[in-house]
Ligand binder design. Structure first.
Ligand code: FAD
Length: 493
């Protein structure tokens, strides 16, 4: 088949490579000058920054993408576990280093939350149980139709803790305010609020804390580079700097796409894979009358994940207290999420995440310097937001906040500074309202209304990426590409 792919994000690159390795003729069109989508790299004045993802989980899904192409991931890239997993700093200034090493982890727990040492293991057992119940049905499965559900899944399906919130279940397990805040952080990994997301999302701690959190050697962007090489090795023709203007329905065939309109020319294709944001794909990349009003309304109701406010800092000093991953918590977590998701305003008392990759890859900063990637959860874009007015003062506010949380002299140490705002994420990658993970999981139906990997309205239109099933983040995006492969094969059966 002749297949055209829109977008060289991680999903588009992975799907292209797999489909080309199956013998299809694959053309991949990316509007930007660099492949990788939200995974990008910036180099300036001796500093290197990843501007998107910083943490890799479930690397076995990455391995599977390479295996489907008949290759070994080890020939393309390497990853490593960082220890401790993360340094958490709480509003009272206390610090918890979360180690993989159980003995060191227990020592840390005894120090900051002795009342909850047993609860830690019990919670992770519960989280592991959720993984066992949900992974096969909700993650490693296209969930395209009834044939994807097994009767044997039903008892598990009824016990995935979907009828309470992450926050309430965490409060049931822990009495320490510190561990409560720590475990409520995990739903933000797919851009959701712990106060709204179903407790099913308590599966994420198992994924990071028991399956492990990893860093890609040489920088996260090496994953994008590896996928570009994989795609090229499999025969994909990658067209960079080429925006797709429209997905063109076939006027002569019902439920069929005839190809892509690019710069006034129709590129015919037997199938199209859209790695562009699913909402943008259906609402902006298709002719007005391609979908019914009802279906358009359904799509426009899908809630995007939160966005992010990123501050990249090249610093002329090292902060010896910091680790590779660091989280500085806000004072009032519930208020922070209310501000982001209900008021849709930037929080004035934000939780700040800092990755300092020069600790793991010293080449990422000059000697005795640091490269900070600082991420604050921010609302997706909405009417009334004045980011063009807010950006400068909000950046200063975050820097000031971090000085108050112990990073003394931060402002004076800055040699390089760049900021990425929610409108930037929307403009740069076409993501729905600047969402950085795709769709949110702020209600218990989210898994069912998230756009599928095969369009219900066109037989030869497929979708992959964070805004589609099974969700956002590197590993799930890899899974979405493998789902597209399975569904293309199914269609050919
Ligand atoms: C700041 C930040 C931090 C993150 N942290 C993590 C993390 O630590 N761990 C993790 O697992 N995930 C993280 N994520 C999420 C992760 O980056 C995404 O889920 C993933 O990269 C999305 O991949 P995707 O396949 O959906 O493609 P996207 O990255 O969304 O790329 C889509 C591509 O399609 C292109 N495109 C769109 N429209 C067109 C068109 N009309 N024509 C041609 N091309 C088009 C875009 O230019 C883009 O390149 C983070 C994201 C951000 C932004």
């Amino acid at each position: 088949m002749k297949i055209s792919v829109i977008g060289a994000g991680l999903g588009g690159l992975s799907a292209s490579a797999i489909l080309a390795s199956r013998g299809h003729t694959v053309d991949l069109f990316e509007q930007n000058e660099n492949p990788g989508g939200k995974m990008q790299e910036l180099r300036s004045t001796g500093f290197r920054f990843d501007t998107g993802p910083s943490l890799l989980t479930m690397p076995f899904l990455l391995e599977q993408v390479f295996e489907r192409c008949g290759k070994s991931s080890a020939d393309y890239l390497e990853w490593t576990q960082v220890e401790p997993v993360c340094r958490y700093q709480f509003p009272d200034g206390s610090v918890f280093h979360n180690y993989h090493d159980p003995r060191r982890n227990r020592e840390e727990l005894m120090r900051i939350a002795p009342e909850d040492v047993e609860a830690w293991d019990q919670f992770l057992d519960y989280s592991s149980d959720l993984y066992r119940r949900t992974a096969e049905t909700f993650l490693f499965n296209p969930l395209q139709g009834i044939r994807d559900m097994q009767l044997s899944d039903i008892p598990d399906f009824l016990r995935i803790d979907a009828f309470t919130t992450v926050s309430k279940r965490v409060d049931d397990y822990f009495s320490s305010p510190r561990l409560r805040q720590l475990f409520k952080r995990f739903p933000t990994y797919n851009g959701s609020s712990p106060y709204q997301a179903p407790a099913t999302l308590n599966v994420i701690p198992f994924v990071e804390l028991r399956l492990g959190g990893y860093y890609i050697k040489g920088g996260m962007y090496n994953l994008a580079r590896a996928l570009v090489k994989l795609a090229e090795d499999c025969g994909v023709r990658i067209h960079i700097g080429v925006p797709v203007d429209m997905i063109v329905p076939d006027p002569g065939r019902k439920r069929a796409i005839s190809g892509l309109m690019i710069n006034g020319t129709l590129y015919e294709a037997d199938a199209v894979v859209a790695n562009s944001d699913a909402t943008a794909t259906y609402m902006s990349l298709m002719p007005r009358n391609a979908l019914s009003q009802l279906n358009k309304r359904r799509i426009s109701r899908i809630e995007p994940s939160c966005s992010g406010f990123v501050v990249l800092l090249g610093l002329n000093r090292i902060y010896p207290q910091l680790k590779h991953h660091n989280i500085f918590f806000s004072d009032n977590y519930e208020e922070e999420f209310r501000t982001i998701f209900d008021l849709r305003e930037p929080p004035q008392d934000p939780t700040v995440y800092i990755t300092n990759t020069s600790l793991t890859d010293p080449g990422d900063a000059p000697p005795d310097c640091s490269n900070f990637f600082m991420l604050v959860n921010a609302p997706y874009t909405a009417a009334g937001q004045l980011w063009h007015e807010w950006t400068e003062t909000y950046t200063d506010h975050i820097i000031h906040t971090m000085e108050a949380r112990g990073l003394e002299g931060l402002r004076d140490a800055i040699l390089f500074r760049k900021v990425i705002t929610p409108p930037d994420f929307e403009r740069l990658y076409g993501s729905n309202k600047g969402s950085i993970y795709g769709t949110s999981s702020n209600n218990r139906n989210a898994a069912f209304i998230r756009p599928r990997n095969k369009s219900p309205w066109f037989d030869n239109l497929y979708l992959c990426g964070g805004s589609t099933h099974p969700g956002g983040g590197i590993p799930l995006v890899m899974q979405s590409a493998m789902n597209v492969d399975a569904l293309v094969n199914r269609q050919a059966e």
